[in-house]
Each structure stands twice: as C-alpha cells, then as structure tokens.
Ligand binder design. Structure first.
Ligand SMILES: [Zn+2]
Length: 409
C-alpha cells in the first residue's frame, strides 16, 4: 500500500483543475504536466507504446502474456473539479482513523462529519487522506490514476499472473464535460473499458441517466410601459408562469431521488421582449424523455392560450444516453467486473448514477465502459477525502479483472 499512497500523493500535488470557459484542450497546463510524469513512470515500469497525445491524453499498453485474450482498457481522468481550488494541495494522512469528526486544520470551519458522510463510520481504524480544508483533494480522480498505475506495476512485476493486453488511458477535462471529446476509441481498440472514478468500495455503476436539454425561448411584445395597457406582453412574466406550471413537485431534482427522472430549469436570461430558459430533461428510461418534452409543450400551449400574442419556441437537443442500453453489446464488461469484485472479497454494489459519466458517452459510441469504485468520498469539495484501504481494494479488483479477462477468448 505504500507504493499506492506514494503515487497518490505525487499526483495530487500537480494542479490540474479543469477550466470551464476556454477552447483550449486540455483546459489547463497542469494536465499536460501530470501526463508527462505518468508517461515517464509508465515507460520506466515497462508499459509499451506510451504516448502523450497532442491533446494531453496519455495512453500506453500493458502487453498480455497469454494468447488470444481480448484487450481491455482502464481509464481515469487527470483533471480535478473547478468547484474548489486544486492549488497547493496539502494532503493530511490520518493513520488508524479514530472514527470521529475530522476538523481540517487550515480552515477550522471545515469539518468532515461522520453523521453527514455516508459510510464514514465504517472506516474506523483505516488510513484516511484528507485536505487541510483550503483546497479539494483530487482523489477524484487521482485515486483512479494511482490505482491503475499500481495495478499495472503489480502485473509487470508478477509475470506469473496471466492476462491479456490492457490499455492504460489517462484523460483530460472530464469535470467540464469534455472528457471524451478527444478520445479515439478505434485507437483504444478494446472489447470494453472501465473507468476508475467511483465513490467508496465495491461499487459497479452500470446505469446512468439518459439526458436531453431543452431551450425555451419566450417572445413577448415590448412597448413603453406608459402606453402598455392591453398591448404589452412581458416575456419575464410569461417565463415566471412557465416555470410555475411545470410539475415540479413530482419531477424536479429537489423533490425526487432513486430512479425518478426530472425536469431541471438551470439557466434563465432575458428581458421584456424575450426570455430564454434552459431545462435539463433526465430519466433512466430514454423513451420517457419524450414524455418530459411533451410536458414542456403542454405548458407552453396553456400559456399561449392565455396570451395569444406571445410566441414560445422549444428546442430539444440530445445530450447522452443511459449506459445500460449500450453495455449489452459486451455483456462480459459488467459480468466479469462483478466476478472480479467478488474475487477481491466483496459483494458488488450495482449502482445507477443520477447523472452522466465519460463511460456513458464511450458506451454509446461503441466502447462499453462501466464505472468502478476507487475509495473517494465527498468529491468536488474541501471536505473530499480518500480511504487508502479502499483504494487498495480497487487495485485488487483490477488485478482480478485482468486475470478473468485473461481466460476469455
Ligand atoms: Zn471523476
């Protein structure tokens, strides 16, 4: 576990915060910097065909030592969330964690509370890595990077473990929704892939939302307010009406959980003549997105009935689709992951993500990619922490996965 911890601490020190508003790829130079460090380490340990691509993506191949076994890929992203600073991260190691709330010394208002943190009570006695409270930790997703590198090093050092070829892939800008933009799945050329980007331990995420985005443009009639009686149609008021008529008690992020979908207005701008609203449509069942879009049309029609001089335009754009619809293409992707988790000593926890992952997009374009746990907690926040033993379990899961795929044809 020392190697794993050393790697992790080395990687979190490189500032790789993703930047939202830029056309650069990768969006921050630190991602290139970390990529170069990883490429050097990969070459040193004996990974073949290592390259840092022009977009900062790092790829290499752990050669197989059995004939005919299919190629698989392990993926993690090098960038960290822009939701909190990733500069000068000062990780604190809590050996034999005492099971109590953790006050972070760099900002004592930041407290990781056991009652507020799912699964934390079970981590008593383990090694936790936290921040000092002033930055995030970057376990999302450097725990994934460190686990993949450690598992690869283990397989190279133990040639008696039989496995097929494994591609290692470290990607950029996942946190700003561009994680797969520059990924070339033809070049990866694998039967399936695994992202190491999940919370806790033994999780196997094989379902995501299906997602569309609606842009509603409400056009009113603008006129000097002094002469407006009977003539003005204020798009701002209609936007208010529109939002209030959405069935948000049943279909909003604030009022749903589990397997329920929602409509989520997340952006509004405009004035009296015109208002634009953007609404996220989400459901685990792709077919239900049409029903959600129909609700928007019904609400629009009800407003136009009351205000015939207004115009409402609704445009729905596709975002991503539930991964499970595409995992069928290679059923072994999930089956063998579940077996690997069992072989590592755990009961797999199948999970549905109320969001999307890079794996959802990759699965859709032809590379089935479920997501695995890698010991991170409270990500995107200064309260982020990682559990070293859980990270080690994910290394063990990767090794078992390599063995299981090594027996396939
Ligand atoms: Zn992540």
């Amino acid at each position: 576990m020392k190697e794993l911890l050393d790697r992790f601490l080395r990687y979190v020190k490189v500032e790789t915060t993703a930047v939202e508003d830029t056309t650069e790829y990768p969006s921050s130079p630190g991602q290139f910097e970390l990529g170069k460090i990883l490429a050097e380490e990969m070459e040193e340990m004996g990974i073949e065909d290592v390259e840092v691509g022009k977009y900062g993506i790092v790829m290499g191949t752990l050669p197989g030592n059995v004939k005919k076994a299919p190629t698989i890929a392990w993926l993690a992203h090098m960038d960290t969330s822009p939701d909190a600073s990733g500069k000068n991260i000062k990780p604190i190691i809590h050996k034999k964690y005492n099971g109590k709330d953790i006050v972070l010394p760099g900002d004592k208002t930041k407290v990781i509370e056991v009652d507020e943190t799912e699964g934390m009570a079970d981590l008593k006695g383990k090694t936790l890595i936290t921040t000092d409270g002033t930055t995030l930790l970057g376990a999302d997703d450097k725990a994934g990077v460190a686990a993949i590198m450690t598992a690869a090093a283990h397989l190279l050092a133990n040639p008696r473990i039989k496995h097929g070829p494994i591609r290692l892939l470290f990607t950029c800008d996942e946190e700003v929704g561009r994680g797969t933009d520059k990924v070339d799945i033809k070049k990866i050329n694998a039967a399936c892939a695994y992202t190491l980007d999940g919370e806790g331990e033994a999780g196997l995420e094989n379902e995501t939302f299906s997602a569309d985005m609606a842009t509603i443009t409400i056009t009113g009639v603008n006129i000097h307010p002094g002469f407006a009686k009977g003539r003005m149609v204020n798009a701002i008021r209609l936007a208010g009406l529109f939002l209030s008529r959405l069935p948000w008690h049943q279909l909003a992020p604030e009022t749903t959980a589990g397997r329920d979908g929602f409509l989520h207005p997340y952006m509004i701008e405009g004035g009296v003549p015109e208002v634009t609203i953007r609404i996220l449509l989400r459901s685990f069942v792709t077919g239900e997105l049409k029903e959600e879009a129909k609700i928007l049309k019904t609400v629009a029609a009800s407003i136009l009935a009351d205000f015939p001089k207004a115009k409402i335009n609704i445009k729905v754009a596709k975002q991503y689709r539930n991964m499970i619809e595409h995992l069928d293409k290679e059923p072994r992707a999930v089956d063998l992951a579940a077996k690997a988790i069992k072989a590592a000593g755990f009961e797999p926890k199948f999970e549905s993500i109320r969001g999307g992952t890079d794996g959802a997009r990759l699965s859709e374009v032809g590379l089935p990619t479920p997501n695995l746990s890698v010991g991170m907690h409270n990500f995107h926040s200064p309260l982020e922490f990682a559990c070293l033993e859980q990270m080690q379990s994910s290394v063990n899961v990767l090794i078992e996965l390599a063995k299981l795929w090594g027996k396939e044809k």
